[in-house]
Design a protein around this ligand. Structure first.
Ligand code: 5GP
Length: 211
């Protein structure tokens, strides 16, 4: 049976609780690995190089693009963000499910290039709850909150390109739901192509013997 892990793309509205969800998923199960992105945006207070992001400048980012070192990248609010290829490929090969917490443009690139990736979109139960969570954080001004809600409206138009929409109401239930979806995805034919090929070949041998 295929040992390769699943490439799990997680996007969602700002304020949907993606970060907490991913953290809890990683704490609860040991078969997940989190990809660390490369970005040209400046580190925020408390962010560490190689933990939250690999921080770099535009020149080095573009060099990495030219060398095909990223499996996807996008510009978001004037900065580049991208997923380094090497870590993702090595973790998938050793059987870990690799999580990419990325925005929609990058998610759609992944879907095109790697059809067997699993795309999840995380949302709160309602727009009112999204607003409540953004206000509740207490870290953003009303203008920023209004911008994030406007962006959420734009992003809602792309939600149907995802494989699953995951409603994050009660965190623990949401973590279990994501894990169940990943488990079920493993059995889909698109992720069992090697197995299908092998067993078909073996059966061909038997069929020939019976001729
Ligand atoms: P932030 O600057 O708030 O850390 O991230 C801004 C947005 O960029 C978030 O939606 C985040 O999910 C997304 N993002 C982070 N890393 C990547 C990446 O490697 N590729 C893409 N396409 N988006 C990313």
């Amino acid at each position: 049976m295929e040992k390769k892990g699943i490439l799990l793309v997680i996007s969602g509205f700002s304020g949907a609780g993606k970060g907490t969800l991913v953290k809890k998923l990683m704490e609860t199960y040991d078969e997940y690995a989190l990809s660390v992105s490369m970005t040209t945006r400046a580190p925020r207070e408390g962010e560490q190089e190689g933990v939250h992001y690999f921080f770099t400048d535009r020149e080095r980012f573009e060099k990495t693009i030219a060398e095909d070192g990223l499996i996807e990248y996008a510009q978001y609010c004037g900065n580049y963000y991208g997923t380094p290829r090497a870590y993702v490929e090595s973790q998938l090969a050793r059987g870990s499910n690799v999580i990419l917490e990325i925005e929609m443009q990058g998610a759609l690139q992944i879907k095109q290039k790697i059809p067997e990736a699993l795309l999840l979109f995380v949302t709160p139960p309602s727009a009112a709850e999204l607003e409540r969570r953004l206000v509740g954080r207490g870290t953003e001004t009303p203008e920023v909150i209004a911008k994030r809600l406007a962006r959420a409206y734009e992003e809602s138009e792309g939600m149907d390109a995802y494989d699953y929409i995951v409603v994050n109401d009660v965190l623990e239930e949401c973590v279990e739901e994501v894990h169940r979806l990943v488990d079920a995805a493993r059995c889909e034919p698109i992720r069992r192509t090697e197995f299908i090929k092998e067993i078909t070949e073996e059966l061909k041998g038997f069929a020939k013997g019976a001729e």
